[in-house]
Every structure is written in C-alpha cells, then in structure tokens.
Design a protein around this ligand. Structure first.
Ligand SMILES: Cc1cc2nc3c(=O)[nH]c(=O)nc-3n(C[C@H](O)[C@H](O)[C@H](O)COP(=O)(O)OP(=O)(O)OC[C@H]3O[C@@H](n4cnc5c(N)ncnc54)[C@H](O)[C@@H]3O)c2cc1C
Length: 593
C-alpha cells in the first residue's frame, strides 16, 4: 500500500504568489511567459503527473531496484515507460534555455515542480535531475559547438547526463582525483580512471548517457588546482550528431545501498574513453561551483519532499488508527478506542514534521526567487544582493532541510508504530531514501564548514549583512505590533543567540581553528532554525490578515505558534553547546576511541 501523496499546490501558490512576489518574476526579461495563470496551470499538470505516473512506481521501484547483467543496466519495471511519458510531456525542458529547445521557465517555478517529482518518486526524479545538472555545466562553460550538440538533447530528454566527481579515494577532497586525461592529436582527450557512486550512471532509458567527468591532465598541478572538466559520452557521437560506436565507458557495478534503489548508482570505468574539455584547463572546480548553488538547493528540496510525503502518510494513519483513549476522556466514544491523533505526543510529531516541511519550503522558495533575480534583474545592485543571500543560505538550505527532512521521515515511522518498520506501508522507505540527501552534494558537515569557514567572512562579511540587517529591522518594526508579539519575542531571542554564536566564532576561531570545526554544525542548525523562524513570522503575519477567509490561513498561524514555542527554543541549548568549544572533542586521546 503506497502512502498517499497529493501535491501541496495550495501551499506552493501561497508561497510563490502571496508571501513572495511571483508576479515580479514574470516581469523579468526572459521570464515573461511565467504569468501567474500559466504557472498555476503548469503546477496543476505537474501535480497530476507526479500523483498518477511517478507515485505508483515509487514502492515497486524500491523493492525491485536496478540490475546489471552482461554490461547492461536495467531500471525497475515501469520506469522506462514513465520516463518516456515525462519526455513526451516536455518536463525535461522546463528550465532549459529556449535557444536550445527549452521552455526557459524561472528557477523558482521549476523548484516547485521538482519538489513534486522528488516527493512522488525520488529515484526516478533523479535521472532528469542529473541531466539538468549536466546541462547547466555545458551551458555555463561549454563551447558553442558543445552547447549546440548537447543542450537540445538534454532539453528533449533523449540523452541524459551524469556528474562524475567521486573516486574510491576521494569524495569530499576532490584534490585527490586520479582519473587521467591525455590529449589526442585530434583535439579530443583519452580519459582513464574509475568513478564510483555515480547517480543515474547508466541505463537504457535514453539513447545516450553523457558524463561530465572531472579528471587530471598529465602536467596538471597537484590538488584542487589541477582538475579539469570533460564531457564523455557513453556512445560516441558521429559528425552528423547521430549515435556512433560505444565509447570506452562501462559500468563496473551497481552499488547495493540503503535507499533510492530505483536509481542506478554506478561504478563507471573509463578506459581511454574519448572526451572533450569543458571550459579551460585546470578550472574544473570553478566549473563545478557554477552549478553548486542550484544543485545544493535541489538537494535541500529533497529534504522538503521527503518530509511532505512522510507527513501525508502519517496524518492519514493518525486519523485512522485507533489505540487507547485520550488522557482527557474519550474523543470517539462510538469506537473501541480513540484515533491516535488525539494523543499529544503524536501531535508533537505531526506538527514537527509540518512546521519543518512548510518552513523549509518557504525558505527555499524565497531563495529560488532570489536566484531568478540574480539571473535576470536589470539592476546590478539587486543582482548582487540576491547572489549574496543565495550564497549564504545555500549551505543552510542544503544541510538544515535535509537534516529536518530526515528527522521528519523518522517521525513518520514512529507515528505508525511497529507498522512503520514494516515495508508494506512505505514509511520506512522514506527514511532510507531521505538519508542520502544529508550525504551527497557535499556532506552536511561540509556545508557547515562552508558556512562558517567561507560564507561568514566572504566580502568582509557582506553576505552576513544581507541577511542580518533586514532581519534586525524586521524585528524592530514588528516589535511594535502587539498582535505579532507571540512570534516576534521568541524570534528575537533566537536571533540574539545567532548573533552571540557568530560573535563567539569570530573571536575564538582565530585562536584555535578546531573551535571553528567544533562549532560549525551547531552554528548551521541555529542559522537554519532562525531563518525558518523568520519565514514562520512572515507567514503568520500574512495569515492573520487573511484568517477569516480560509482554514488554510488559520492552520498556518497555529503551526507558526507551535514552531515558535516548541522548535525554535533549540537555539538556546545549541548556543550553550557551541560556546563550550572544541576542547572536549580534541582533548580526547585517539587511543581512547
Ligand atoms: C547514493 C549516492 C549517490 C551519489 N551520487 C554521486 C554522483 O552522482 N556523482 C558523484 O560524483 N558523487 C556521488 N556521490 C558521492 C558523494 O557525493 C560522496 O559520497 C560525498 O561527497 C562524501 O564523500 P565520501 O563518501 O568520500 O566521504 P569522505 O569525504 O570520506 O567523508 C567521510 C566523513 O568525513 C567527514 N569529513 C571529510 N572531510 C572533513 C573535514 N575537512 N572536516 C570535517 N569533516 C570532514 C565527512 O563529512 C564525512 O562525514 C554519491 C554517493 C552516494 C552514496
């Protein structure tokens, strides 16, 4: 029995049009087609597709997984047909460049659609997701010929893409990459090495699989400064663009893993495979960083998607399952026991899931609109502001969303009791599937280091000011508003904790760099809680103005209240832990472990 899923269209539209300024996005040059009515119609179509085509394959895809036989990778039953329908419906082309056959919709629109794909079937969604990542790399750094060759195929979905960074000896530290690239006389390169853990690495759903590979030229400098990006097709491409003979690319194995079993995570062997340089020599990491913001936001989105899916399953179950009586007397006397939704602890879990899911959705959609301003706003100062905010909040969104998304899926299992642990209900799959998002695209620990080690000091603290200054003035203004005090008082306290944590790191990390590493994860969590608190305060205010019209707004106010009272106060204990420094970690003799 697959857990139910209905795309949260009302919440998406509330955020896109009411809380943030979706209409202003369609006024940006190049995004004129994203008029409100068009966006709503697209969201409705995507919802139908997610619910009717992707969702029914989620549990069966997990159970069946992918297979490698005689060098051929087979995806779970139904995936190939669903992907073909996806292609035919044009979903691959949503954000791709109109010059190359794409629809060119704003990123902030695509992120809502992608959330539905990820909620309904994360494994299947990743094939198109990785293709989009590859398209971004080619579009940002490729030559005109490379763009003309690859981008239309990515946009129509007939070729798919992968990102090949990881090797057995390196994941976080890509400076250790060993895959070699040797220049050929015809301008191409022979690429040799083994990449591991490659998502959507091989399959027969598309005519070709195009790998974006990081490798090292013979004379490259050691470390991160000697990495170059190459495009390496599974099948060579003839001069007329047709598919040629097999390239020196093969799948060595499919990883057996904890979750996302419907996605083929492959060991990719490159044996003098013909490849072409993308961008310039030894600038492969910069090419990767071009895509990092949106790729990491995309991973953060998976946290929201998992939380939403699990929440919907848990709510339905909590209303249906009867066990014990309410502490305050029977609530459903006609039944032998009350539905478990009457119990405070079950409500605690449901509301935690909901408050994190809707709160992180707000944060992510806000930053997605900022990224659209960064791409298209004619005002240079506005573009810079948007870029600063997105850069600062990207590690927060990637790590906080996926941490709380994972926590939410765990609550989902808990609400089902022992039945949550049994595969039949689909709840345990959400836990397994959600876990990966905390690991790939840079582990969440590395996101925290990015926040405190790079983003905090970037441009002399300018990025931090972009977030801190408006939040400070928002709190000052709203502190005059008595109706808002139940939200503003706890948010102001949490913001003070964030300021104190920032000050503590600024004065202690220079004395002892281990304090930076020891504080980073606590700091990111405080940052996430405060940013999401800021979103909840804004959502509460807007909802109070509209509360007479719809239950939707009344529920928002109550969820905001729960967030402020029950989740945001974590900042206090996190601050205490952070200020304890790293001595208890680093003074621990290695032999004692
Ligand atoms: C299912 C799956 C799909 C994947 N898909 C892809 C893909 O499509 N393409 C691709 O290239 N890769 C992919 N990956 C690889 C993934 O991005 C890496 O596994 C991840 O970046 C971590 O690298 P690692 O596994 O080598 O861990 P390591 O780098 O060995 O890290 C181990 C631990 O040490 C910590 N650590 C490392 N350095 C530091 C430090 N300086 N300070 C503090 N802590 C540190 C890490 O946070 C982590 O907890 C995938 C992985 C999986 C499991």
């Amino acid at each position: 029995m697959t857990a139910p899923y209905k795309a949260p269209l009302r919440d998406m539209e509330f955020l896109f049009f009411e809380l943030f300024d979706g209409a202003a996005i369609s006024e940006l040059e190049g995004y004129e087609d994203a008029e409100p009515e068009t966006v709503k119609a697209i969201l409705e179509e995507a919802a139908k597709f997610a619910e009717n085509v992707y969702l029914p394959l989620n549990q069966s895809g997990d159970a069946q997984g992918c297979r490698l036989e005689n060098g051929v990778v087979t995806v779970p039953d139904g995936f190939k047909e669903a992907y073909a329908q996806f292609r035919e419906a044009g979903w691959n082309s949503v954000t791709e460049d109109p010059e190359y056959g794409g629809m060119g919709l704003p990123y902030s629109v695509s992120i809502m659609i992608s959330e539905m794909w990820a909620s309904s079937n994360q494994s299947l969604a990743m094939y198109a997701g990785l293709t989009h990542g590859a398209a971004k790399a080619v579009s940002a750094r490729g030559t005109d010929e490379q763009k003309a060759l690859y981008l239309p195929k990515f946009a129509d979905g007939s070729w798919s893409g992968t990102m090949c960074l990881t090797e057995a000896q390196c994941g976080t530290d890509l400076g250790l990459i060993q895959t070699k690239a040797a220049k050929n006389d015809n301008g191409s390169y022979s690429i040799t090495g083994t990449k591991i853990f490659i998502s959507a690495g091989d399959h027969e759903m598309t005519d070709n699989v195009i790998h974006l590979v990081l490798a090292r030229l013979d004379d490259a400098p050691a470390g991160i400064k000697g990495i170059t990006m190459f495009v390496v097709p599974k099948y060579r491409i003839n001069d007329d663009g047709s598919i040629g003979e097999r390239n020196g690319v093969s799948t060595g194995a499919i990883e057996h893993k904890m979750g996302i079993n419907g996605n083929a995570t492959c060991v990719i062997n490159l044996d003098e495979a013909e490849g072409y340089m993308v961008g310039t020599e030894n600038k492969g990491m910069q090419a990767m960083f071009v895509m990092m913001n949106s790729a990491r936001l995309g991973t953060g989105l998976q946290g929201i998607a998992a939380g939403e899916q699990s929440y919907q399953g848990a709510v339905a179950y909590a209303k249906d399952r009867i066990q014990m009586r309410s502490l305050t007397g029977p609530k459903s006397p006609v039944q032998k026991a009350d539905p478990i939704i009457v119990h405070a602890d079950v409500r605690r879990m449901l509301l935690t899931m909901r408050a994190y899911t809707e709160g992180t959705r707000a944060l992510t959609y806000w930053i997605a609109q900022e990224l659209d301003h960064h791409s298209k706003n004619p005002d240079a100062e506005r573009r810079e502001e948007a870029d600063d905010l997105a850069s600062l909040l990207t590690p927060v969104i990637k790590a906080f969303n996926t941490d709380v998304g994972f926590e939410s899926t765990n609550h989902g299992v808990q609400i089902f009791g022992g039945h949550g642990y049994i595969s039949e209900h689909g709840m345990e799959q959400f836990v397994r599937d959600a876990r990966i998002a905390q690991l790939y695209e840079g582990t969440n620990g590395i996101q925290a280091l990015d926040l405190v080690g790079r983003k905090m000091h970037m441009h002399g603290g300018r990025l931090m000011k972009r977030f801190f200054d408006p939040l400070r003035s928002y709190l000052e203004t709203e502190s005059q508003n008595v109706e808002m005090s139940e939200f503003i008082t706890p948010l102001s306290t949490a913001f003070k904790h964030l300021e104190q944590a920032t000050g503590w790191i600024a004065s202690n990390a220079p004395k002892n760099p281990d304090h930076l590493g020891g504080a980073s994860v606590d700091y990111l969590r405080i940052f996430g809680l405060v940013s999401v608190g800021y979103m909840w305060a804004r959502m509460a205010k807007l909802s109070m103005a509209n509360q007479d019209s719809e239950d939707f707004y009344r529920a928002k106010i109550k969820t905001a209240r729960f967030y402020m009272q029950k989740l945001l106060p974590q900042t206090e204990s996190l601050l205490t832990s952070l200020q304890a420094g790293s001595d208890s970690l680093m003074d621990y003799d290695e032999a004692y472990f």
